[in-house]
Design a protein around this ligand. Structure first.
Ligand SMILES: [Zn+2]
Length: 150
């Protein structure tokens, strides 16, 4: 969000780009322990995606801001997250659309795209705010040897 200060991800790269966007989506958490979150309800999610790298592409971008928004916003905005069978599951807890899993899923979608680019930047953090008082951070574990392969 405008002027929001986010927690810093540590990384060894020279460039760091952050993209903010929001999307409205409904979900429910299909587990007994989830209490009232078992019922279908909606959130306006605020996301901040951090991408870092040392090389720019042919346009002089680390990554095009618009692509990040398109990948996530266009996919999840005004949707029922549970209906996205490719991303979420009604039976595997590691794939229930909780804040944690939605944050990790955003990372996975962004990183899959970045892996296909020539300059290969990395998504180093996803910040996902679900309510005014709750948010989740997802930071991938650094892949062993990822520095020597670049
Ligand atoms: Zn919820």
């Amino acid at each position: 969000m405008l002027q929001q200060i986010y927690p810093q991800a540590s990384h060894p790269y020279s460039y760091e780009l952050n993209k903010d966007f929001q999307f409205a989506a409904a979900h429910y958490v299909p587990a007994e322990e989830a209490g009232k979150c078992r019922r279908l309800h909606g959130h306006t999610y605020y996301a901040n995606v951090t991408v870092a790298g040392d090389e720019l592409d042919d346009t002089g971008f680390l990554v095009n801001f618009a692509v990040i928004k398109r990948l996530i916003h266009d996919r999840f905005d005004h949707s029922v997250l549970n209906d996205d069978q490719e991303s979420f599951s009604g039976t595997l807890p590691d794939r229930f659309p909780t804040t944690e899993v939605v944050a990790r899923t955003i990372y996975e979608i962004v990183q899959r795209y970045l892996d296909g680019t020539a300059n290969r930047p990395e998504c180093v953090q996803v910040f996902l705010r679900e309510t005014p008082t709750s948010y989740c951070l997802y930071r991938p574990k650094r892949k062993a040897g990822s520095d020597v392969n670049r």
